[in-house]
Design a protein around this ligand. Sequence first.
Ligand SMILES: Cc1cc2nc3c(=O)[nH]c(=O)nc-3n(C[C@H](O)[C@H](O)[C@H](O)COP(=O)(O)O)c2cc1C
Length: 363
Amino acid sequence: MIDTFSSPSDIEIIKQRKKEGIDIPLKQNVQAKTTSNYLEYVKFIHNALPELNYDDINTSTTFMKHKFSAPIIIDSMTGGTPEAININGRLAELAEKYEFAMGVGSQRAGLESGELAETYSVARKNAPTAFLMANIGGAQLGKGLTVESIKEIIKMIQANALIVHLNPLQELVQPEGEPNYKGVLEKISELVKKLDVPIIVKEVGAGISKEVAINLEMAGISAINVAGAGGTSWAAVEKLRAETANDDLKIHLGEMFWDWGIPTALSLIEVKKAVKLPLIASGGLRNGLEVAKCIALGAGMCAMAYPFLIKAAESKESLFKFTDIILAELRSTMFLLGAENIPALENSRYILTGDLAERVNCG
Ligand SMILES: Cc1cc2nc3c(=O)[nH]c(=O)nc-3n(C[C@H](O)[C@H](O)[C@H](O)COP(=O)(O)O)c2cc1C
């Protein structure tokens, strides 16, 4: 059985950690410093004769047998602290109204108390029909989290799918982290057999390589979210937490590995070539043009975390306004490519340049 936080003081500690997990990305700069998501190296070929009416552009798509109004996912972020109720509540309203998919943050905390469970279940309350994804860490599976507990977290939000996040870098730098990933793949393949919802595996900002993708495909999972480097850095978040904890080694490791990982576009291209699984692109996506590029590179859906967090923390109005801009950027890109719908966008022509082209050619 995994370690529990059942005493009141343990629950206070976990609440505090979850609060820092939102406050640090909101108030300090924990974005990539010296790397990018590499999407600037993807250049679309402009279409001067698009032969379509902007108003007829259709961004709807089907992914994992579910229909969405656009290929957009609100990526897994929060829960486990009272501050998360507002944020998850607003994000869920967005998911429901815009027919997007949404993930909640790691739900281990929600297993420990009813009060914390509500910080996640608010998502289902505000999004009764949306495609919601439960979330648990691969490291927790490795440590022996039971199938019953996993079923409980799925039930907590009546999830349509379970996300298992892989975060070896975060576990390494986190002051209280446990960098032990032994047996995680085997646990994932056991879970596939025992759950009746699909399993999506994601990174948290360091990307998935082709070798990892092949192993995950063999384990029987349903989709991969590459969550590459170029956006929010969890080495950075944990480095800042290590500063508060006066943990010099973790501060050093956090600085050293701040930009570690496979840039999103590179991860997406290599995973696409290696497996047949449906793919989600994420890691540093910040606008609708980048969403369009990822669809053309082979992603079925695109996820964003940090941009939705900032807007959700501001207000529901700014969250919805931001989303309208992202959708207008996506539709504008489709117009300039002459792509009336998502299948046409998937077939749009682009060229790879710079470091991305070089690294793709290196195999
Ligand atoms: C505040 C915050 C909390 C996060 N918590 C989780 C989590 O609990 N589980 C998870 O799988 N990913 C988590 N992530 C990672 C994101 O889902 C995403 O993979 C990563 O941030 C890269 O996307 P971005 O550059 O758009 O932020 C979190 C990200 C943010 C910004």
